[in-house]
Design a protein around this ligand. Structure first.
Ligand SMILES: NC(=O)c1ccc[n+]([C@@H]2O[C@H](COP(=O)([O-])OP(=O)(O)OC[C@H]3O[C@@H](n4cnc5c(N)ncnc54)[C@H](OP(=O)(O)O)[C@@H]3O)[C@@H](O)[C@H]2O)c1
Length: 345
C-alpha cells in the first residue's frame, strides 16, 4: 500500500450522526523517523467507548483531536523499524488509528505471540481488553459467590457474553438481558446462561421478579448486576436487587449518544437494599493482564468459555460497522473487529 487510508474525525458527533463527524481520506504513507516503527494495521477494534472518545469532554482519556485519525485499538505488523524495540515482522498491539498505518514510538506497542491454534483476533476479544474487562469486572468488583444470581445487560455482546460464562464457572445462576429473540436463544443454547430476557418484547422488571424472586425472609433477588447499558434496563434491574447486592458499573451504552443530559437512574432500591455500586475501568487492571489471560486461555482451551467475533472485512466499512454497536436488537453479537489487511502483504 502506498497511501494511508484513514477515517478522520472532522467534528464532534451529534447523537448517532457518525457520518457527518467522520470523513474517509487518503494521506501519504507515513515514514518512520529515528526511534519509530511503521505498523501496518491488521485488525481494528471497534468499541462503544470510541463514542465517548469522540466527545469534546474528556472521558478516561483525552478527546480525540479534530482533523486527525479516529483512535482505536489495533493489532498490526511492523513493516519498517528505526528502533531496537521492534523488528520487521513483529506483531504488536496498542492504541492506533482507524487507518492503514501507525507510527509507533519505542515501547508504545506491546508485542504478541499467539500460541499455536489461537487466532490473532482472540487478542482483541477473549484474551484482549474485552476478556480482561469481563474477568476483572466480574471477579474483582462483582465478587460472585456460588449460588448467587448474576444479571448482565448487553449480554450477547463482547463483554456480556464472557461475563455470563464466567458467572457459570463461578457457580452462579446467570440471567442475560439482550435485544432480540435470536440473541436470547444464543445466550442459553450456546453460552450456557440459565435464562435470557428480551428487553424489547418482555417486561424486564417483572421477568426478573419471577426469575430472581425476593423472599419473605428478606433473601432472594439479584446479587450481582453487571451493568453495561443503564437507562430503563438498569432501573428495572436495580428494582430487583438483593440485600447487599454488588453492581459493577462497567458501561452505560444507552446514554452514549444522548444529546444533553441523560435522564437519571432511579437508585431508590440501591439505597433500600444497601447495595454497592462500583465504577470499573479496565485501565486500572492492565498490569494484572497476564493472570487473566492465562486463566481465560485455559478456559477457552478446555471449552468452558466460547467466544464470538463479529469480523467485518475492509477499513472502508468501519463507519457502517460502528453503527451496529448502537443498534438495539440489531444483528451484532460478540466482539466487533475490522479486518484491515492480511498479515503477509
Ligand atoms: N469499563 C470498562 O473498562 C469497559 C471496557 C469495555 C467495555 N465497556 C462497556 O461495556 C459495554 C459493552 O461493550 P461491548 O464492547 O461488549 O459492546 P457490545 O455489547 O458488543 O455491543 C453493544 C450492544 O449494546 C446493546 N445496545 C446498544 N445500544 C443500546 C441501547 N440504547 N439500549 C440497550 N442496549 C443497547 C446492543 O445489544 P442488544 O441488541 O442486546 O441491545 C449492542 O449490540 C459498553 O457499555 C461499554 O462501554 C466498559
Amino acid at each position: 500500500m502506498k497511501a494511508n487510508r484513514q477515517w478522520t474525525l472532522v467534528a464532534r458527533p451529534q447523537g448517532d450522526d457518525f457520518a457527518s463527524a467522520l470523513k474517509w481520506q487518503e494521506t501519504p504513507k507515513p515514514v518512520p523517523q529515528e526511534g519509530q516503527a511503521l505498523v501496518r494495521t491488521l485488525y481494528l477494534s471497534l468499541d462503544p467507548a470510541n463514542r465517548l472518545w469522540m466527545k469534546a469532554e474528556p472521558s478516561y482519556i483525552p478527546p480525540v483531536p479534530l482533523d486527525g485519525p479516529m483512535w482505536g485499538g489495533i493489532i498490526g505488523v511492523v513493516e519498517a523499524s528505526r528502533t531496537p524495540d521492534y523488528a520487521v515482522g513483529d506483531i504488536v498491539t496498542g492504541l492506533g488509528g482507524w487507518a492503514d498505518y501507525k507510527l509507533a514510538a519505542s515501547g508504545e506497542m506491546s508485542k504478541i505471540t499467539p500460541p499455536p491454534g489461537v487466532p490473532l483476533t482472540a487478542f482483541m476479544s477473549v484474551l484482549g481488553a474485552t476478556g480482561l474487562t469481563a474477568y476483572f469486572g466480574l471477579l474483582d468488583v462483582g465478587k460472585p459467590k456460588p449460588g448467587d444470581t448474576l444479571v448482565v445487560s448487553a449480554a450477547a455482546g463482547a463483554v456480556g457474553s464472557i461475563v455470563g460464562q464466567l458467572g457459570k464457572i463461578k457457580g452462579c445462576k446467570v440471567i442475560g438481558i439482550a435485544g432480540s429473540a435470536a440473541k436470547c436463544t444464543k445466550l442459553v443454547d450456546e453460552f450456557g446462561f440459565d435464562h435470557a430476557i428480551n428487553y424489547r418484547t418482555e417486561n424486564v422488571r417483572e421477568r426478573l421478579a419471577e426469575l430472581a424472586p425476593m423472599r419473605a425472609d428478606g433473601g432472594g433477588g439479584v446479587d450481582v448486576y453487571f451493568e453495561n447499558v443503564g437507562g430503563e434496563i438498569g432501573n428495572a434491574v436495580y428494582d430487583n436487587l438483593a440485600m447487599r447486592a454488588r453492581v459493577v458499573l462497567c458501561g452505560l451504552i444507552s446514554q452514549y449518544n444522548t444529546v444533553g443530559q441523560p435522564t437519571g437512574a432511579d437508585l431508590t432500591k440501591v439505597l433500600m437494599r444497601r447495595a454497592t455500586i462500583e465504577g470499573f475501568l479496565i485501565l486500572d487492571f492492565f498490569q494484572r493482564a497476564p493472570e487473566a489471560v492465562a486463566e481465560l486461555a485455559g478456559w477457552v482451551a478446555d471449552g468452558r468459555i466460547k467466544y464470538d467475533e463479529d469480523i467485518v472485512e475492509g477499513l472502508e466499512h468501519t463507519l457502517g460497522a460502528f453503527n451496529r454497536l448502537f443498534a438495539p436488537g440489531g444483528e451484532h453479537t460478540g466482539k466487533l473487529i475490522i479486518k484491515v489487511s492480511e498479515p503477509v502483504a
